[in-house]
Design a protein around this ligand. Structure first.
Ligand SMILES: [Zn+2]
Length: 89
């Protein structure tokens, strides 16, 4: 399970295509993106609710139009603390 596979999964989600977890193959992915709705710069997290692996999405500039931008102050309660992050290859 590589970081690259997660990046490809992110691309599928931003194109509103069905995607499964690169690690456990379940279709139980979650993605949250925070940032500025005017500049559409942001960051976020993509993870699998089933196996709790995921990646950080940093410096999204711009955030794809298909992805809603949430207020940054809600990140603390929306991102599970026990995600195991897959680091860049
Ligand atoms: Zn999984």
């Amino acid at each position: 399970m590589s970081h690259h596979a997660w990046v490809k999964t992110y691309a599928r989600l931003t194109h509103l295509e069905p995607a499964t977890c690169p690690r456990c193959a379940r279709r139980d992915l979650a993605m949250v993106v925070y940032g500025d709705v005017v500049t559409r710069r942001g960051w976020g997290v993509l993870w699998c609710r089933a196996c709790l692996h995921g990646i950080r999405l940093s410096r999204l500039d711009p955030v794809p139009a298909s992805v809603p931008i949430r207020p940054p102050e809600s990140a603390a309660t929306e991102i599970p603390v026990d995600i195991r992050y897959v680091e860049d290859d």
